[in-house]
Write a protein that binds this ligand. Structure first.
Ligand SMILES: NC(=O)c1ccc[n+]([C@@H]2O[C@H](COP(=O)([O-])OP(=O)(O)OC[C@H]3O[C@@H](n4cnc5c(N)ncnc54)[C@H](OP(=O)(O)O)[C@@H]3O)[C@@H](O)[C@H]2O)c1
Length: 296
């Protein structure tokens, strides 16, 4: 039995879809089974033998976390501690999703952070996610922590949807061009989670996973625009100017790492993974969107 936590979130929905397609036995929970409440988790899992726990839940609003510090830590640290305690009691293996925001991003491209590199989060969200990782390391031995970045998927709010909306509403869209990273399709990450479960591999620890390649938010936006135009997702004669701007010209509540490329050799080697480039994954994602019934 697998327990998928956060099954209503953006990543969780893709993981659930994959489990269903593979006919795996799994139970799900989301906000209604509050991970910050240990008794509730104990009650929910009472008398159930659980082999794997997959945690896709989390407090994920990076800007709001700057104000809601206690809430972010309650979910991303205390909630993860509770899940780890349940995993220890039930002798379950845990797959937990973490973030590139555990790093400060002060390195310059092409530098990529490896799993052993020093962490130094620069915002509350990153600090709370790092605290969650540390709880797992204290309590469990059989865990996989996957740090990922710049997620987008069919379900949920994400950068691709924001851009598609702005391209319809505005003639000029300004996008930050001095933050560098790797956009990652949730369906690809879901595939890796499945591979870890199926492999039965016991090389527990921290792993990095994103789609291959590196880009800026600006270049990412350009690719979304070009590909969605080709696919007819935007009106045929609609022209939008995409303008690159600096981080300093777009103040947000939370600071973000400037360069948060994750080095992925470990996960590629241990799980024999071939990871596709971010632009190919984006193309696939937009193809799927173009085949869905219009939301308008
Ligand atoms: N999105 C990214 O770009 C990104 C990048 C790197 C790492 N990650 C990590 O990847 C994971 C999945 O991200 P995502 O974007 O798929 O997140 P998401 O869409 O925000 O999904 C998270 C889910 O967890 C639920 N949740 C919140 N508080 C909970 C609680 N106390 N108990 C149980 N469930 C709770 C949320 O419910 P509500 O929506 O009702 O609050 C939501 O359904 C997270 O751990 C995130 O930190 C995300």
């Amino acid at each position: 039995m697998i327990w998928l936590i956060g099954n209503k979130g953006m990543l969780g929905q893709d993981v659930g879809k994959l489990f269903k397609r593979k006919r795996l036995s799994y139970l799900t929970s989301d906000k209604e089974v509050d991970i910050a409440n240990y008794q509730i988790l104990q009650e929910f899992t009472k008398d159930i033998k659980i082999e794997w726990i997959i945690n896709c839940s989390g407090y994920t609003d990076v800007d709001k976390a700057e104000k809601e510090i206690a809430e972010a830590f309650q979910i991303n640290r205390d909630g993860v501690r509770n899940i780890s305690k349940i995993a220890a009691e039930k002798q379950s293996k845990l797959i937990h999703i973490s973030t590139d925001y555990v790093f400060d991003g002060r390195q310059r491209a092409p530098f990529a952070y490896s799993e052993e590199d020093e962490t130094n989060p620069i915002n509350v969200y990153g600090k709370s996610k790092l605290a969650g990782e540390q709880e797992i390391e204290k309590i469990l031995e059989e865990y996989f922590i996957i740090r990922t970045a710049w997620l987008y998927g069919v379900q949920g709010n994400n950068f691709v949807y924001s851009m598609l909306r702005l391209f319809k509403e505005r003639d000029v869209v300004k996008v930050i061009n001095d933050q560098i990273g790797s956009p990652t399709y949730t369906a690809d990450l879901a595939g890796v989670i499945l591979k870890i479960i199926e492999s039965n591999f016991s090389g527990y620890g921290i792993y990095h996973f994103t789609n291959e390649g590196v880009t800026s938010w600006y270049e990412f936006a350009r690719a979304i625009y070009d590909k969605s135009k080709d696919l007819g997702l935007l009106g045929g004669d609609r022209r939008v100017e995409i303008r690159g701007i600096k981080t300093d010209d777009y103040p947000t509540a939370a600071k973000r790492p400037k360069c948060s490329i994750l080095y992925k050799d470990k996960i590629k080697r241990e799980f024999n993974l071939k990871i596709r480039n971010w632009d190919k994954a984006l193309e696939n994602f937009l193809n799927i969107l173009s085949s869905l019934p219009s939301q308008e």
